[in-house]
Ligand binder design. Structure first.
Ligand SMILES: Cc1cc2nc3c(=O)[nH]c(=O)nc-3n(C[C@H](O)[C@H](O)[C@H](O)COP(=O)(O)OP(=O)(O)OC[C@H]3O[C@@H](n4cnc5c(N)ncnc54)[C@H](O)[C@@H]3O)c2cc1C
Length: 450
């Protein structure tokens, strides 16, 4: 029989969130393990398309203790560069990751310890951090099963490049960042592309002379809670804003986003045909809602709300030498000819459907009372009602930057402090790595956590 391993903190997932909390624990000599079913940075390696680039800038790659220090702070990392960044983080700080180990169930048992069952044996842990991400379980609406068999269907996380798809036109369903970027990639390489959009929000790449990321950070917009944004506090219902790129930028390596790309210019240059929200399929006929005028009016309100905040920040702080604000009317209009409400695939060149319909994480392997009736994890900034049990890195865990390379550090520090308190009261006495002088008491009182 395999030996049961005891550990102070067990982290599930070795993406940026799992590595960040591991860094804080390692720095303070607290024994822990990170269990990863794939490899370090697995989702960046295996779930992004070939020409993927971050929408955030390199200066925002700032995991705890590991800020970006390269020559190109204003550029956008490719998926290979992000992967390297995370791998170097793990290697530099010798973070204790065990790859190829999948956590299959978690229960609270035995003297208040969490019982964690994996494909390689059992652990008993004082605390557990779930860092499995918000973007790893593809969500394809049930209507997908209504499409004719002859149509090739994939999720955006499985898309790599146009050459990997059958010849013919492509319907991309979903108007988030992935939907827009995949549509761009395909249309730039000569494919006829249709893009079906539900709710969507846009922000300009550049505004008032700086990259939008500069303003979102400077003004504190990224720190605002979900309730500020349209869609309200229901985290998953608040799509992230789409930042439209000049199509040529996707081709040009090491070039910062220099052009403001508006929705109208994107539409003109990409030649993508817009459709309303995909509703249902009946045999070979796809049905689409007429929601685009409403969606775009909502997007315009959002755009105005955010850019006005930036304008008033600039005014209040007497910031000079910035360009004028963009005329919102030019961004969203001319809009919109009526869009087709039906497409019959029997008489249409669409041969592939790419579902850019997001992700829906499943937590059926966690047998603890930390979920709402509909299965969403319940927490306050990652801290659940069950002492010692945490979530980290989720989209909207706390604010707009929570699920990003830029924001995970703040949430990691927040749960780290709570974790230390919990460990200090556990009956299972935590062991400190022998080579550090920290004791839990000094760690809790220290201000040197960053
Ligand atoms: C298309 C797309 C574009 C994005 N663009 C940006 C951007 O420009 N800038 C930015 O900062 N962020 C961006 N993000 C958001 C975010 O940074 C990434 O989703 C990031 O991967 C989240 O990191 P994470 O550590 O929370 O989760 P992940 O990177 O998903 O890591 C979770 C890990 O947990 C592992 N795992 C899951 N279940 C188990 C289990 N049961 N047992 C063991 N291991 C398990 C997985 O294999 C995975 O490696 C983007 C996300 C997507 C999907």
């Amino acid at each position: 029989m395999k030996k049961i391993k005891k550990i102070e903190v067990l982290i599930v997932g070795a993406g940026q969130a799992g590595l960040s909390i591991s860094y804080l624990l390692a720095k303070h000599g607290i024994r822990h393990v990170v269990l990863e079913k794939g490899e370090v940075a697995d989702s960046w390696k295996n779930q992004r398309w070939d020409i993927f680039q971050l929408t955030t800038q390199n200066w925002q790659n700032r995991l705890p203790g590991f800020r970006y220090k390269g020559k190109y702070p204003a550029h956008f990392s490719s998926k290979v560069e992000v992967t390297r960044y995370l791998e170097s983080y793990q290697q530099k700080f010798k973070l204790p990751v065990k790859t190829g180990i999948e956590v299959q169930s978690i229960n609270k048992k035995q003297n208040d310890l969490f019982e964690v069952l994996t494909n390689h044996g059992k652990y008993l842990a004082s605390s557990v951090v779930i860092a499995t991400g918000s973007f790893s379980t593809p969500n394809i609406p049930k209507e997908g099963s209504q499409l004719p068999q002859a149509i090739c269907q994939i999720h955006s996380s499985a898309y790599r490049n146009p050459g990997s798809l059958p010849p013919g036109a492509v319907l991309v369903i979903g108007g988030g960042q992935s939907g827009f970027e995949i549509a761009s990639d395909l249309s730039q390489r000569g494919r006829k592309v249709y893009l079906s959009m539900g709710r969507t929000f846009f922000l300009p790449r550049r505004y008032r002379g700086s990259d939008i990321m500069h303003w979102l950070s400077e003004t504190g917009i990224v720190d605002l809670p979900a309730s500020f944004f349209p869609g309200g506090p229901r985290m998953s219902s608040t799509p992230s804003p789409v930042i439209l790129r000049d199509l040529s930028e996707l081709e040009t390596k090491k070039k910062p986003g220099s052009q403001a790309c508006s929705f109208a210019t994107w539409l003109n240059s990409s030649q993508v045909t817009l459709l309303g929200r995909f509703s249902f399929a009946e045999q070979s006929i796809l049905n689409f809602d007429q929601n685009l005028p409403q969606a775009l009016s909502e997007a315009k309100t959002y755009y105005q709300r955010v850019t006005r905040l930036i304008d008033s920040y600039i005014k209040k702080n007497k910031i000079t030498s910035t360009a004028k604000g963009t005329d919102c009317a030019k961004i969203f209009f001319p809009m919109l000819l009526p869009t087709p409400s039906k497409i019959d695939l029997q008489h249409h060149p669409i041969k592939t459907v790419i579902w850019s319909t997001g992700f829906r994480e499943k937590y059926s392997w966690i047998h603890l009372p930390v979920f709402s009736k509909n299965g969403n994890p319940q927490f306050k900034r990652g801290i659940t009602q069950m002492p010692g049990f945490y979530f980290l890195g989720l989209h909207w865990l706390h604010n707009l930057k929570s699920g990003s390379l830029f924001g995970v550090k703040d949430d990691a520090l927040y749960i780290f402090k709570d974790l230390l308190q919990v460990l200090s009261t556990q009956s299972f006495k935590p062991q400190i790595y022998p080579n550090t002088k920290s004791s839990l008491a000094t760690v809790i009182n220290t201000n040197s956590m960053r």
